[in-house]
Design a protein around this ligand. Sequence first.
Ligand SMILES: C[S@@+](CC[C@H](N)C(=O)[O-])C[C@H]1O[C@@H](n2cnc3c(N)ncnc32)[C@H](O)[C@@H]1O
Length: 215
Amino acid sequence: MNSGAQQHYFSSEEGDLANIGSAVRDVNWNAFGHDFLAKSDRGVFSYDHLDRGTAVFFTLVPLPPDHGNFLDLGCGWGPMSLCMAKLAPASKVWAVDVNPRARDLVLRNINIAQLKNIHVETPDNVPSDIQFDLIWSNPPIRIGKDALHELLLRWLPRLSPTGEAWLVVQKNLGSDSLAQWIVENGFDVKRLGSKKGFRVLCVTHRIDITTEPSR
Ligand SMILES: C[S@@+](CC[C@H](N)C(=O)[O-])C[C@H]1O[C@@H](n2cnc3c(N)ncnc32)[C@H](O)[C@@H]1O
């Protein structure tokens, strides 16, 4: 059913991936003045290059804080995790994806980059008591609106009280309606800007300014 170029969105089974085969590629990019090298493979998102949306994201997003628990939601082969971990070596980065080949590639890429602060997990294996000071995500829009909403309602409430989630979404795949939906679901959203057809959003918990200060 889920054949073709977008099968990676649904490939949470080794059997699916075996049918796709393997063709490992090197991907090089520069972000925040650092050169990165990673391995990618068939069956994962944007397997032979850095995705254009992720590239735009790196040019618009602010530097991460020095430390804290960070989440790369839908990490793919790991460009956002590698970047966060490099920029904030004292942080703990959680690289999460349903696709087992993506997770294996992140483990491989951690070794190449010699980074010690990335934990690669399935969504169900992230300890439930962790709150995230930072979420970076190029979310899987093509899983469909209902599944995407479910995903965001699972992870956005896990932002720490002052945490920020930075999302990159293609404008013609509904970035503005997604921003509106996030607001309707109780969060604040800032539209940071857009470039090359991609919008970067910053999501935070809503601060209730109507609450009377206690005396
Ligand atoms: C648009 S790709 C982004 C990949 C990577 N962050 C990048 O920038 O290249 C979205 C990723 O979300 C993953 N994904 C899909 N459903 C997911 C879910 N329910 N939980 C976690 N990850 C999921 C897909 O496997 C895919 O790797």
